[in-house]
Write a protein that binds this ligand. Structure first.
Ligand code: ATP
Ligand code: MG
Length: 346
């Protein structure tokens, strides 16, 4: 079977460390290994409009921000197709047909949708398009016959919906679509990175993010203000690492090489955790370590971003070319879909 990697992000803000560790880093690794037939990465502006209908300018501005984020983490337009969802109208058509293959109650039970409705205080006033976005997301994946979706944990229920719709389509009409699989990060913390407040997941909508485009100064301000262990008052006190955001981040981001470089007294995170738990390790030193670890990751990303920022028309050109390639691909699938549904009249 062909391996088709597909993922996207909502252009509702700049991308952050949660995106990086939950999905972007994996995409770049997969891209560089090259063990796939095709790789698609898109900006889900149609989906972003489902809860930002009155603010199209925000989405428009964030298209370029997310594109810069993509290019600066190392996504390479010669190896993967970068495109904008709204430039592929075939996706809207497939969404319409998919709506018939799933019930309202099935979407209502989706835990990610439930949380997001609560987060946005939609309750009785859910925009129809927002409620239906899992269906449109199924179309986003199925139109490209995506097999592999590198994403964070919140996407698991969405992929399940996609699989159900595809299964039903293939059963009723003809077996032309492909059931995708989610590819979660190996590291458990990376599947759902909490925000700097240590509570909810890091999310653009919650203002608890460290952005890939943050300056070194800003990163230090945010790391310095991070939630640790309220019971760890004196350096000599025993500390707790569970629920301590600094340690959660060190778990997700630090490597043994980082310890050799920045804090050779400890060979790895486990040794540091043991010492912190026993007492005698200060929060400030841990935060300085985390700051160094993060900046080592972010520095090359900032440098590439700076280069691409010098030529914005070229960035749009990359997206235009990618959107053309993607549209041709989706159109091919739609021919098969219409034939399977016997709605190819002329
Ligand atoms: P919004 O608040 O607009 O929904 P978001 O920050 O949740 O934005 P999305 O665009 O919805 O980001 O998510 C894009 C991808 O990044 C998905 O694969 C998602 O699983 C992953 N992701 C987002 N936040 C995190 C996080 N905190 N930890 C791990 N993965 C994440
Ligand atoms: Mg989200």
């Amino acid at each position: 079977m062909r391996k088709i990697i597909l993922t996207g992000d909502r252009p509702t803000g700049k991308l952050h460390l949660g995106h990086y560790i939950g999905s972007l880093r994996r995409r770049v690794e997969l891209q560089n290994i090259g063990d796939y037939d095709k790789m698609f990465v898109f900006m889900a502006d149609v989906q972003a409009l489902t809860d930002n209908a009155d603010n199209p300018e925000k989405i428009r501005q964030n298209i370029i921000e997310v594109a810069l984020d993509y290019l600066s983490v190392g996504l390479d337009p010669s190896k993967c197709v970068l495109y904008i969802q709204s430039m592929i109208p075939e996706l809207a058509e497939l969404t319409t047909y998919f709506m018939n293959l799933i019930t309202v109650s099935r979407v209502q039970r989706n835990p990610t949708v439930k949380t997001e409705i609560k987060m946005r205080n939609f309750e009785a006033n859910i925009p129809m398009g927002f409620f239906a976005y899992p269906v449109s997301q199924a179309a986003d994946i199925a139109a490209f016959k995506g097999t592999t979706v590198p994403a964070g944990e919140d996407q698991e229920p969405m992929i399940e919906v996609t699989r159900e719709i595809v299964r039903r389509f293939n059963q009723i009409y003809a077996p032309v679509l492909v059931e995708p699989n989610i590819m979660l990060p190996q590291n458990a913390t990376a599947r759902r990175l909490p925000g700097t407040d240590g509570k909810e997941k890091m999310s653009k909508s919650l203002g608890n993010c460290i952005y890939l485009s943050d300056s070194a100064d800003t990163v230090w301000q945010k790391v310095r203000g991070m939630y640790t262990d309220p019971a760890h008052i004196n350096v000599s006190d025993p500390g707790h690492v569970e629920g301590n955001a600094v340690f959660t981040y060190l778990d997700a981001f630090s490597t043994d090489e980082d310890f050799a470089e920045f804090w050779p007294e400890f060979a790895n995170i486990e040794e540091l955790k043991a010492a912190y738990t026993a007492g005698g390790v200060g929060d400030m030193k841990c935060k300085k370590l985390l700051n160094s670890v993060l900046n080592k990751i972010l520095e090359p990303i900032r440098a590439r971003r700076h280069t691409f920022e010098q030529d914005i028309p070229e960035v749009y050109n990359i997206l235009k070319k990618g959107s053309e390639v993607a549209r041709a691909e989706a159109a091919k699938t739609m021919d098969e879909v219409r034939a399977a549904m016997q709605i190819n009249y002329f």
